[in-house]
Write a protein that binds this ligand. Structure first.
Ligand SMILES: [Zn+2]
Length: 467
């Protein structure tokens, strides 16, 4: 162990930063599902779909998770991971004032995995926002990389073959990259897109609009598929004390297919030219289930992760915000029809050791009753409480104790340490290698449009879609 690490650990223990209470949860699994929305989930649960989410709700706590504006993913997911507002954690959007993408080296404070590491706990982090280049820690990290070059297309973390510093520890990289090659091939993405998410279409059934919307979503299908497979394998063979997995596709599909999901919310004027670019009524009906299908697929991935984590894991499923209809009176130029600009509350579901049973599933399904489950700022202190660690007094919120059992509450009431950031040094700034940018774009283009009429709908970028 390096002297600096040893010294840091000594200081952390000396300062009591690591509590010393018995941990209420032996293993915490935080699953982030971007933009997961209760109003989509509720009818699915009523139909008996999404059994894994339902099982968690029944044996644990669930409700609304309040959020903050602007609802940009890098800001919110870093806020969730640090318990600090953006002006303190330093990740203020997708790109900085020089239009360079934010990387892990620009975060100014410790994230949960750094705090865990300092207290000799292991983390396993997969695809979380702004984790490229990977950080050195006990356990493993599979980075979520992104690229400014993709701003006009789709921007969620992904693994890029050939890019450096995506896997920690270094010796794990060949194994992780082999898994990435195996899970998320073009054939697999195509099969999932046609059999599970969008369906198969006869030639001419889709318009150029839908072809492009599908193309923009496939990137996330691939990323979610890959991270899920890697996280599942590592949860099974080498779980961390703290495990964090991020999925972006639930947000991506909701931005693009809300009009098909809730057509009655849209009053677009009749326009023959527009209609000629869009799918006919039959394909529109087929696409009506695209968001539902993605949710059901996410629930299946979640089920596999939960099985790998074991029955005694404490699980949190959270979204950074909810979703609703957008561009209801006239089409957005990019045909983005779902949005979250006004910060609708997201989803909080938790179950397992340390979590109480709170919330009535029947009342939710019948009368849409949802309890408050705190704020995205309360997630980090809540996770620390579950791990038996005190929060930092400089965190913006406290643990959301209403969902915690007696032991975890006791842990949440540990005297806070002034800060967990003592001695935190930001890694040196890293240039995003040019090769990484071009690989990113190449890989994205390779996905092309996957559909039965085989046409590639590579439209020129018009403006940045929302993320
Ligand atoms: Zn979004």
């Amino acid at each position: 162990m390096k002297l600096r690490v040893l010294l840091g650990l000594g200081l952390a223990l000396l300062a009591g930063a690591c509590g010393g209470e018995k941990r209420p949860a032996q293993r915490v699994v935080v699953i982030g599902a971007d933009g997961l929305e209760w109003r989509v989930l509720r009818p699915l649960l009523q139909q008996g779909k999404c059994p894994n989410l339902r099982a968690l709700m029944e044996r644990g706590s669930f409700g609304n998770l309040r959020t903050m504006i602007p609802t940009l993913s890098p800001i919110l997911w870093t806020t969730i991971a640090t318990g600090k507002p953006p002006e303190e954690h330093g990740i203020l959007g997708f790109t900085d004032e020089n239009l360079q993408q934010y990387t892990s080296t620009m975060r100014k404070v410790r994230a949960l995995w750094n705090i865990a590491d300092r207290c000799e706990l292991e983390s396993s982090v997969h695809g979380w926002w702004n984790t490229w280049p990977v950080e050195e820690l006990r356990g493993h990290m599979v980075a979520g990389s992104s690229s400014s070059e993709l701003a006009e297309a789709n921007w969620k973390p992904a693994l890029i073959p050939g890019a450096e510093r995506q896997v920690w520890p270094l010796e794990l990289e060949p194994r992780v990259m082999a898994m990435a090659q195996e899970h998320g091939t073009l054939a697999q993405v195509q099969a999932l897109a046609t059999t599970r998410i969008f369906g198969r279409f006869a030639p001419g059934e889709l318009g150029e609009v839908e072809q492009e919307l599908i193309r923009q979503t496939l990137w996330s299908v691939q990323a979610d598929m890959t991270y899920a497979a890697i996280a599942e394998e590592l949860l099974r063979t080498d779980p961390g004390d703290l495990n964090m997995v991020y999925f972006g596709g639930t947000d991506v599909i909701s931005h693009r297919f809300w009009r098909y999901y809730e057509p009655q919310a849209f009053r677009w004027p009749a326009d023959p030219q527009l209609e000629s670019r869009m799918a006919g009524p039959k394909a529109q009906v087929l696409l009506a289930r695209a968001i539902d299908n993605y949710y059901e697929w996410f629930d299946e991935l979640l089920g596999r992760l939960l099985q790998a984590a074991g029955d005694d894991a404490t699980v949190l499923v959270i979204s950074d915000h909810g979703f609703h209809a957008h561009s209801t009176d006239k089409p957005n130029p990019l045909f983005i029809t779902g949005h979250h600009l006004d910060g609708p509350a997201g989803v909080f579901i938790a179950a397992g050791p340390g979590i109480v049973q709170r919330g009535d599933v029947a009342a939710f399904l019948e009368r849409n009753e949802l309890a408050d489950c705190g704020h995205i700022l309360s997630i980090a202190p809540t996770v620390l409480a579950l791990l038996g660690l005190p929060r930092g007094a400089d965190m913006a919120d406290e643990a959301f104790v209403a969902v915690l059992d007696e032991r975890a509450r006791k842990s949440a009431l540990l005297a806070p340490v002034p800060t967990h950031d003592t001695g935190f040094r930001r890694a040196r700034a890293t240039e995003v290698p040019a090769g990484m940018k071009t690989d990113f774009v190449k890989r994205f283009q390779q996905l092309g449009y996957i559909g039965s009429d085989g046409q590639d709908a590579n439209l020129p970028p018009q403006q940045q879609p929302p993320r």
